[in-house]
Design a protein around this ligand. Structure first.
Ligand code: PXL
Length: 279
């Protein structure tokens, strides 16, 4: 049977992030994907000014109520960038209506990067996102979000394996089965992942060579590829290795092309490889 996901993120019209990344990647992985927008923006908030912003919180529960009447179940519920901390309550209400015990709740607590919260985020976001993480089977914070979620200072001077192990075990203690932290580096030349599942005593690390620059939307590309692998019956470590390798390739292809980086990364170019790898 074809797998079915519901993705709950913003729509940024331009800039390749959130739903405009999650939908094509999951579709290319053979997953039927329904989308529910949390907010509508003209661009992402990273390297643009003057963007429009519409909070769609008042639509989430009415949409979920209607979808629930259709009587379809979802194999995955994938949440990402939210309009406000308060919107977490609506997303939890959506889970009540649309998830059953088999639904893989996959939470990307997308609210910050590089040690700071994104522009429009309010102060309740970390504690509210922590509530979503408690409900999830898999969470995919970057290092910044992991620190905010656990009230740890961001290690701007570089991190150690001991700090990362404290973060992965602190996040596992919230309740998820799998924690994948992105943006981990123990040296300037590499960047990668820390992965720990409930049965593992320690995190394992996966690294790739690092590219200079800020690559908007790569967290969304990575998380969507990871979920694509999981929904195609890969283990967390195998899916993470595939997602990291493809995200690395996407950044290399983007740099070769020379397009301004605020328009995001050229994930379109690896969709055929994604399909091939999943066969
Ligand atoms: O990729 C994360 C993201 C999603 N949506 C919006 C954003 C960002 C990051 O800046 O601004 C609107």
């Amino acid at each position: 049977m074809q797998k079915r996901a519901i993705a709950v993120h913003d729509i940024s019209c331009v800039g390749r992030c959130s739903l405009t990344v999650a939908l094509p990647i999951l579709s290319a992985a053979g997953v039927e994907t329904s989308i529910v927008p949390t907010a509508l923006l003209s661009t992402h908030t990273g390297e643009f000014t003057g963007y429009t912003y519409l909070d769609l919180s008042n639509q989430l529960l009415p949409i979920a109520d209607h979808l629930a009447t259709l009587g379809r179940s979802y194999d995955a519920f994938y949440s990402g960038y939210l309009a406000s901390g308060a919107q977490v309550d609506d997303v939890l209400g959506m889970m009540d209506r649309l998830c059953n015990e088999n639904t893989h709740i996959f939470v990307d607590p997308a609210f910050g990067d590089h040690g700071r919260m994104y522009s429009l985020m309010d102060a309740t976001m970390p504690s509210q996102m922590r509530r979503l993480c408690r409900r999830a089977r898999t969470i995919v914070p970057n290092l910044t979000e992991a620190c905010f979620l656990l009230d740890e200072p961001y290690p701007s001077e570089g991190c150690t394996p001991e700090l990362i192990a404290r973060l992965t075990s602190g996040l596992l203690a919230l309740g998820p089965e799998n924690v994948v932290i992105t943006d981990i580096a123990f040296s300037p030349e590499h960047t990668g992942l820390a992965i720990q599942s409930r049965h593992m005593p320690q995190p394992v690390f996966q690294f790739r060579s690092r590219f200079e620059g800020v690559f908007h939307g790569t967290g969304d590309v990575f998380a969507s590829l990871l979920l694509a692998g999981l929904m195609n019956n890969r283990t967390v470590q195998d899916a993470a290795a595939m997602a990291l390798a493809l995200t690395h390739d996407v950044i290399a292809l983007t740099l070769q092309d020379g397009q301004p980086l605020r328009y995001g990364v050229q994930f379109e170019k690896i969709l055929p490889q994604l399909w091939a790898k999943l066969q």
